[in-house]
Design a protein around this ligand. Sequence first.
Ligand SMILES: [Zn+2]
Length: 741
Amino acid sequence: MMQNAKQLLKKIYGYDSFRKGQENIIEGILNGSDTLAILPTGGGKSICYQLPAMLLPGTTLVISPLISLMKDQVDSLTRLGVPAAFLNSSLSAAEYREVLRSARNGDYKLLYAAPERLDAPMFQALSESLQIPLIAIDEAHCVSQWGHDFRPSYRQLAGWINRLEQRPLVAAFTATATSDVADDIEQVLGLRSPRRFVTGFARPNLSLSVVTGVDKKRFLTQFLSDRKEQSGIIYTATRKEAEEVCSQLQKAGLEAGKYHGGLSDAERAETQERFRFDDIRIMVATNAFGMGIDKPNVRYVLHWQMPGDLESYYQEAGRAGRDGEESQCVLLFEPADMQVQRFLIEQGSGDEDRKSIQMSKLHMMMNYSRTQRCLQQFIVDYFGESDVEPCGKCSCCQDKSEPVNRTEDAKMALSCVGRMKGRFGVTMAAKVLKGSRDKRLLEFGLDRLTTYGLMRHLPEKEIADWLYWLVAEGYLRLSEGQYPVVSLTANALPVLEGKQEIMQRVRASVRKSGGEAAGGSSPMFEALKAWRKETASREGVPPFMVFFDATLREIAMVRPSSIEELLGVKGIGSAKAQKYWSGIAPILAEFGVAGANAEADAEARAELETAVSQEAMTGSRGAAGLAVPKGGGAASGSAKDDETPSHVVSLELFHDGYAPAEIAKQRGLSAVTVEGHIIRCAEEGLEVAWERIIPAELEALIAEAVQSEESGKLKPVKEALPAEVTYFAIRGVMAKLGLKG
Ligand SMILES: [Zn+2]
């Protein structure tokens, strides 16, 4: 059975080997065990139930609460040649019936359904006529109210499963569960002697950082300007912040979109799609964004504020680098963030038990934010997986900074808080230390304290942060409730008595690395990307559904000269190889890969010629479908690409003596696009070397032909002229002489 699983892995998904944990999980399921698998986001969870589904007789049922994820998975499976469908509220009544009918025929290997659907009578009837060998439950932590995302509809699952005539195998999957939550899942779902797998929490391609003590806006500007071509998510704690950060970025001319609960469904759906299709590169969002979004090429996730628990943090951060490429997760941490999260918990809907669970989770999050251990180890440990080496690239592993001695500052702050006798909050304590003339402060006579104005050299906000840091370190404590007051803990005494020093590390640096730069770019890679973008938009899917970046990069490296060799590339199964070989082969041939087969080559040439004549006919400026991201000329490598418009870059290279075809190769564009660039420059009034475009002896002839063609179309003009006259020359004459097409 495992042998078959491995063959399918290669044939369908194009992978030679399983990722960590996958093999054991699949083997367990195929051997007939109920299973609880805790695999982080990006750990290759879905293969763990998709492969058994293909091998087991009948239709595997996948329960998932996430409508967008169901659609993505079904789309992906269909593209891989595996019959699958979903049942959820996004279907019309007619579509719903159609899926049910096909399901009854046993047409699907996998059927996805939302948990609410299980109660629908139609579905009930279906399950009686369907052979179900396995029920896979995704996002299984939703059954547990100890988890961070409890959903009552999940509670019905166990009852429903047990009512089935023949109880199928049950495999539960989640990306986040501590051992308490895992126990709860097994119990609530009624799993029978389940095998539990906790694995793969370490994400070696992620560099985790905690950044504290910086001007966040300035930090963000710098961070983004180092990552112009990359896609990323910025998470904020509140809608208001999402609005602010997004408009800050838009003002700076960046392609940013926003996503939060205050926007309409239509607005959110649109922004999400634009992000998935790489039309906008930066998504500024609250935690409302991301559940079920499958976008593998997210290169960074930056948290503008600390979230309320480590599960949420790692799940959100884990949306970076799902394609396995180097990516970054940055947490901007200010000790005062704890106050925001406390407030959110207090205002939340949970009962007292739930709130106290949330408070202890918040403390764990605080500990992560100020730990000096390897951040990757810290997280992996939290989820119950041991034996993971320090990652060597998180901000703690990389931290070479000397801690700063802040004993004097600590003494001032602690003694001030001590004198305020536990009657005031952090804000007031900061005002006293600052020496503020605040009305309430004066009313309470706090200006008469000996500590009044002791830290007046610092901004009030920095003093407040310092106090929160002392809270986080356990020298001060905040009371519960809506207006927490601050007081000393026993740990403060040795400091005040001069028996203990306080050291603080200030971390601010984030390594300047990043997928695309680190992974390397090449003209062929850029050309493949341009082809992918065009193909994806023709098919109406996001580019990553055609191929991942890593796959394209490997193609550029391996340079396969036949469809068989293409099948050897990681991530290419037979369905995709057959579908896309004819599209890729011409690009390979263009880069001199011998043997990229003649047939595909001929096909491509025909296509290119059509493109030429189409473009010429419409007179469009550069084929939009082939456009490379702004400044995309990776090969020309000059820094000025970042500011210079793409068409002007082409003109400059043209004037450097390169022919359009050579420029095209260098920049990963088509020659037609480059010619369009040059004509556009001319139309915009830039100096163009006409003699290299228009054969002098033919100029008059071309002009005459253009003027005598009444339709305004180029194709008849071309046909009326000697064969050696190119479209480029015709368009050149039109632009030079200002003739309308
Ligand atoms: Zn580390």
